[in-house]
Design a binder for this molecule. Structure first.
Ligand code: TA6
Length: 273
């Protein structure tokens, strides 16, 4: 489905996976990366946009990043407007398939709201009788002109877990993280707002998160790209993943309660933040 705001921002959303696939600036510039070789097949994740990660982050007993992005979501609400934000709410409830993999009853709602910003809110409701613990993330792929000419601001001084070094913990010393190699890190209890600066065809993205503790930074670089069948060779240069998530410590929500987390994305073409 497609949404358009009076500002000229546009959005494409796929019910499969509950996934934003495209977010377009009024100038026509695409702001999210979507792999040209992404698999649009049941049971496979779509490489790009904003995959919903739930209830597992990364590899484990469930499919990578959990099953939420592998299931069809239902449209429960749509809101059009001639002036204010436009939005759609998607819903995924546990079923026999999910309960066979993960024996818990839940309901997810993803509210996607478009204005001159893109707000995505994930609500996790515990439909069972026992507390529910889960990991989650909004795994945003930002479209950049050259990952090697991008920096990420806002991480200095933070502890991070390096997934490419046996989860070794370090402290970020750089005021601006310049991507220069394969990078796969979770910054612990990161600040609410992080900036991504693309200097080649200038654009600054801001990611502001609420209810997500961590920020994940990922780029597979050339070697990692070759290992991904749904990422054409060289595509690593066109993307930077900065993800809002609860990826290191699970969230626990009481029976009958709902946990809400969200992120607001903004883009400014040109170098100013
Ligand atoms: O968010 C970083 C990460 O966990 C990387 O380790 C890499 O696996 C990436 O996600 C993509 O995962 P996917 O399962 O979508 O191929």
């Amino acid at each position: 489905m497609h949404l358009e705001h009076t500002s000229g921002y546009r959005l494409a959303v796929c019910q499969y996976g509950g996934q934003v696939l495209s977010w377009t600036h009024p100038s026509g510039r695409e702001l999210l990366f979507l792999s040209g070789t992404a698999a649009f097949e049941a049971g496979k994740a779509i490489r790009g946009g904003i995959p919903v990660v739930f209830p597992q982050f990364g590899k484990g007993s469930l499919p990578s990043h959990g099953f939420a992005r592998l299931k069809p979501w239902a449209v429960v609400r749509e809101h059009a407007s001639d002036s204010g934000p436009v939005s759609v709410v998607l819903r995924l409830a546990s079923d026999a398939e999910t309960e066979a993999m993960w024996p818990h009853r839940f309901a997810l709602e993803l509210e996607i709201e478009l204005s001159d910003a893109l707000r995505t809110t994930l609500r996790v409701s515990n439909a069972g009788e026992c507390p529910l613990s889960f990991f989650s993330a909004l795994h945003s792929y930002f479209a950049v002109s050259d990952a090697e000419r991008c920096v990420i601001q806002g991480l200095q001084g933070l502890h991070y877990v390096d997934f490419l070094a046996e989860r070794q913990e370090s402290i970020e010393s750089a005021p601006e993280l310049a991507l220069a190699k394969a990078t796969d890190r979770a910054y612990v209890r990161s600040p609410d707002t992080v900036l991504i600066r693309d200097s080649a065809q200038p654009c600054t993205f801001s990611v502001t998160k609420m209810g997500f503790a961590d920020t994940v930074v990922w780029n597979p670089w050339q070697e990692g790209n070759l290992a991904l069948q749904d990422l054409a060779p060289g595509s690593w240069r066109e993307m930077v993943c900065v993800e809002s998530g609860n990826v290191l410590e699970p969230v626990t929500v009481a029976a009958g309660a709902t946990h809400e987390s969200s992120q607001v994305l903004r883009a400014s073409i040109g170098m100013k933040a």
